[in-house]
Each structure stands twice: as structure tokens, then as C-alpha cells.
Design a protein. Structure first.
Length: 102
């Protein structure tokens, strides 16, 4: 006749449900707070709006620079633009002008 020398433990039945609950909790947290989770959608929209404002500013600056460069092309040189660029490059001014240092 065989006899049992140990009592069966009831904690073995709790291991699988505990692991499942831990996995569900982990993934549930990251679904909401993760880098691409539900909560991050608002942060991504705010960042997209900020970057769009920066892009619009850069486009306006580029348009202004292209207009200035167009004035310096051969055959269509604007005399005022040429005079301004020469004075800036040579650091010269007329005697009756006021120079402001930045």
C-alpha cells in the first residue's frame, strides 16, 4: 500500500491566473500609456500642429529668400538690392547715413 507523505498545495492552481492577470495588466497599461497608445494620440496631434506652424514659417522665409535671390539674377538686377548687398559685404555707408549696429 502506498501512502502520501506530503499534502497537496492549493497555490499551484493560482499560478496560471496570476500570470494571466499580470500580462493583461501590463499590456492594458501600455495600450493606454504606450508610445503609440490611446493617450499619445493627443500628444501626437499637438506635436503635428506645432510642426505645421514651424513648416509654415519656414515656407514663408524661403519664399522671401527666393524673392531676394530673384532680384540678384543676371539681367534683372535690382539696383537697390545690389547697393544693399555691396554695402553689407564691404561694410561701407554714406557720410549722411545713420548706421545701427546689431
Amino acid at each position: 500500500m502506498w501512502t502520501r507523505q506530503h499534502r497537496p498545495r492549493k497555490t499551484g492552481r493560482l499560478i496560471v491566473p496570476t500570470l494571466c492577470a499580470a500580462f493583461v495588466t501590463y499590456f492594458g497599461y501600455h495600450i493606454y500609456h504606450g508610445e503609440y497608445g490611446i493617450d499619445s494620440k493627443t500628444h501626437l496631434r499637438e506635436r503635428a500642429a506645432l510642426l505645421q506652424v514651424q513648416l509654415d514659417g519656414l515656407r514663408a522665409e524661403r519664399t522671401a529668400l527666393e524673392a531676394r535671390v530673384a532680384m540678384l539674377h543676371d539681367g534683372t538686377i535690382d539696383k537697390d538690392m545690389l547697393d544693399e548687398q555691396a554695402r553689407r559685404a564691404l561694410n561701407l555707408s554714406h557720410p549722411d547715413e545713420i548706421t545701427l549696429m546689431r
